[in-house]
Design a protein around this ligand. Structure first.
Ligand SMILES: [Zn+2]
Length: 145
């Protein structure tokens, strides 16, 4: 996760990048902690001599959660903690399906981000995700002829 990805995700929802949003994201990025709660986020922002109200931070966290850049960890007795989703997946598993016997194999596409970036460049779209499907003959079926 970096500022560019956040900016893109905000843009999809017609939301702007603001200094407050940048500071909240920064609190996560600067932190070595696995997760942060709202108090810890506020303290980190105070360290940079900025002040944001708890209400504003909460609103920003809700937006971040909605656009999928943070996860919530909820304990029944404690304050909600938030974890940033660090990077988009670079390698992703897809299925190859044999059209004859129906067997499915998994196949890892390395650096699938590259496919996405190329598609974005060529179409001007901001793409969230894509699906790939491989269909063919497995080694057993192709050897049968
Ligand atoms: Zn087969």
């Amino acid at each position: 996760m970096n500022l560019d990805i956040l900016r893109k995700k905000l843009k999809i929802r017609n939301q702007r990048m603001t200094i407050e949003r940048e500071l909240v994201l920064g609190a996560f990025l600067d932190s070595d902690a696995e997760s942060l709660n709202i108090i810890e986020i506020r303290e980190k922002i105070y360290d940079k001599r900025r002040r944001i109200s708890k209400t504003t931070i909460q609103r920003i966290l809700d937006i971040f959660y909605e656009i999928g850049i943070i996860k919530k960890i909820e304990y029944s007795d404690k304050m909600i903690r938030y974890v940033i989703i660090r990077e988009e997946e670079e390698d992703k598993d897809y299925y190859i399906i044999c059209k004859k016997c129906g067997k499915a194999f998994s196949y890892t596409v390395e650096n699938n981000k590259k496919i996405l970036e190329t598609a974005e460049k060529q179409t001007g779209f901001i793409i969230d995700d894509f699906e790939l499907e491989f269909i063919g003959l497995c080694p057993e079926c192709s050897g049968e002829e």
